[in-house]
Ligand binder design. Structure first.
Ligand code: GP9
Length: 410
């Protein structure tokens, strides 16, 4: 594991001499992790209306990563949080938040705390869910705002609607009056089974009325409107010009009736597209000031998030054990999925259930998004390297290796 991390550091180091390194030093960082928010709703319309008008507009003013993938497994939302915050893979079984909350990791709140940031996390649900109380304490957050800190003035789904959740989160941030801040807000209104109050169902979903995907797009539209209000709030409170805003989806929506997707898209969905649709979630970074914007095509994933934040803030990855690489760097690395699949942007590997690499399916990707089956040998080296990455991550987590690696480096 030690030599693996030494190699990874060489890749990470590259960002230090690249554009944007440290360009946003000292800015606030607000990370929004959106529940079950998938990429296929972006730019998609239904009944003549955009599902995500606010995000579509924001993407045009942001750095957007159309080839961003979630890397979660059984730990679902907690895996997304762990991967993005701590830049390591989830476990093959269970959740790191539950099984190894006492171990040491190099997570974004800890790293930013060391840089003088006020680090807080917000989620309007029971603090014990996914063992967050313990894990967040270990991650060095200054405070975890739970359901107890919110007024339930807009009941939706499991708890508070995202509109009110974001509004009250900004109020709490203002009240803390502690800058710069690193804040993570975890939304909830688009949780399965996506049933919104009737008054919040604003789209005309036609044939999808009464179907789960119809409810899902209504929920995605509601979350989009909540994000629109969040942006307005941040502007109103004079935070917009000093805050890097990152928004991403945590995991897929668990809806696998593909005929419903075919109704929405108006065309058939191939097997490879099913795999990709289930793995792709949106990821955008809105940069403050006369911020940099554009589309970055590189294949990237959740574990690359913390190194990306460090790139923008000018924090070297050298003293930390992170498995990701900045999404803004030219450094190349594959996105590894927990099932042993991976993509590097030019090939996409779907493993077989027996785990034998030669039995998996390898696709060659074209720049227009097309995918053609190709010989498994084109994915063999990448699949082998994905296996190694997952093994290293598992060993570090299960044996709590970060403290000893840190000691060896001193
Ligand atoms: C609950 C929320 C949902 O607090 O984070 O988690 P999930 O069921 O999506 O993993």
């Amino acid at each position: 594991a030690k030599s693996w991390f030494e190699d990874r550091k060489k890749l990470q180091k590259q960002m230090e001499s690249e554009p944007l390194f440290g360009e946003y030093k000292g800015k606030n960082v607000l990370v929004v992790q959106a529940e079950a928010f998938q990429q296929f709703v972006i730019g998609q319309s239904i009944g003549g209306e955009e599902i995500t008008p606010n995000l579509n507009k924001l993407i045009g003013e942001s750095v957007y990563f159309p080839n961003f993938y979630h890397q979660t497994a059984q730990g679902r939302t907690s895996d997304a949080d762990f991967g993005t915050s701590c830049s390591m893979h989830p476990l093959p079984t269970g959740s790191v938040f539950i099984r190894f909350a006492g171990n040491e990791f190099d997570c974004a709140p800890t790293i930013l705390h060391d840089q003088g940031y006020d680090a807080t996390v917000y989620h309007a649900y029971d603090g014990s869910f996914w063992n967050r109380n313990n894990m967040y304490h270990n991650m060095d957050y200054d405070r975890f705002y739970t359901i107890k800190d919110y007024e339930i003035d807009e009941p939706v789904g499991w708890s508070l609607g995202d509109r009110s959740f974001f509004r009250q989160t900004v109020e709490q941030l203002k009240m803390r009056d502690n800058f710069p801040f690193y804040a993570m807000a975890i939304s909830l209104s688009s949780h399965h089974p996506f049933k919104l109050p009737y008054s919040d169902q604003e789209l005309k979903v036609g044939e999808l009325q009464g179907k789960i995907l119809g409810d899902y797009v209504q929920a995605a539209h509601y979350v989009d409107s909540a994000i629109g209000e969040l942006i307005a709030d941040l502007k109103e409170e004079n935070l917009w010009d000093d805050t890097i805003l990152m928004i991403y989806g945590d995991h897929d929506n668990s809806v696998y009736d593909w005929t419903q997707y075919e109704t929405l898209f108006g065309h058939p969905v191939s097997d490879i597209d099913k795999d990709r649709i289930a793995r792709q979630v949106p990821f955008l970074i809105h940069l403050p000031g006369d911020g940099h914007a554009g589309v970055v095509d590189k294949a990237v994933g959740q574990i690359d998030t913390t190194p990306t934040i460090m790139h923008l803030l000018g924090i070297s990855a050298d003293p930390y054990r992170l498995m990701g690489v900045s999404m803004l760097s030219q450094a190349k690395k594959s996105v590894v999925f927990r099932n042993g699949g991976f993509t590097d942007g030019s090939v996409y590997f779907v493993p077989s259930s027996d785990g034998i690499i030669a039995n998996g399916t390898c696709y060659s990707l074209s720049p227009d998004g097309g995918a053609e089956k190709t010989d498994a040998s084109a994915c063999a080296a990448g699949a082998e390297s994905a296996k190694i990455d997952l093994n290293v991550s598992d060993r570090v987590i299960e044996h709590d290796l970060i403290p000893s690696m840190r000691k060896d480096e001193q």
